[in-house]
Every structure is written in C-alpha cells, then in structure tokens.
Design a protein around this ligand. Structure first.
Ligand SMILES: [Zn+2]
Length: 92
C-alpha cells in the first residue's frame, strides 16, 4: 500500500537570513518533518542548531533513554569550504 505524504519546500538558509529561492537552497521534505524541524530549530543558523542539538542530547541522556547508557556525539557546525581544507578536524 502506498502512503501519500504531503511535501513542502524548505529553505536551507532561511529567507529571513537572505536565503534565496534557488535550487541549491531548497529541499523538498515531508511536511510532518518540516513542521518538526521548525518546532525544534525555528530559523536558527547552523551554529545555533549545533548548540540546540547538544541540549537535546543532554535532555535525552538525563530523562529519556535507558540510564545504563549515555548517548555521546560531538556536534559542531563548520562551513563547507573550511571543512574541505581542514578535513583532518574530523579524523580524531
Ligand atoms: Zn522550512
């Protein structure tokens, strides 16, 4: 059975932050995920999203997941050009 999902256009760089209506800046996403994303992150920039994800991870560890485990992940936002030049950052 095929389940139909409503799709939205998401601006990866928010229009309120000078994000443009060009294909490079648009993702087609399921509406339910689009709503969830903006409920969690509003129109935050990548640095703020990284901070928010870290807070969510802390909350998951403190309240939601099996206390015998701890979720660990390092979340940072790096501009792609810098990432290409210094990919060694990720080999630690
Ligand atoms: Zn959006």
């Amino acid at each position: 059975m095929i389940k139909l999902v409503k799709l939205d256009r998401h601006h990866r760089k928010a229009r309120s932050n000078k994000g443009k209506n060009e294909p490079r800046n648009i993702s087609i996403v399921p509406r339910y995920m689009h709503i969830a994303f903006h409920q969690m992150f509003g129109v935050m920039q990548p640095d703020d999203i990284a901070t928010q994800l870290t807070k969510i991870l802390d909350s998951l560890n403190e309240t939601w997941v099996d206390s015998d485990f701890k979720l660990i992940y390092k979340i940072i936002a790096v501009k792609r050009e810098k990432w290409k030049k210094r990919s060694a950052w990720y080999v630690k």
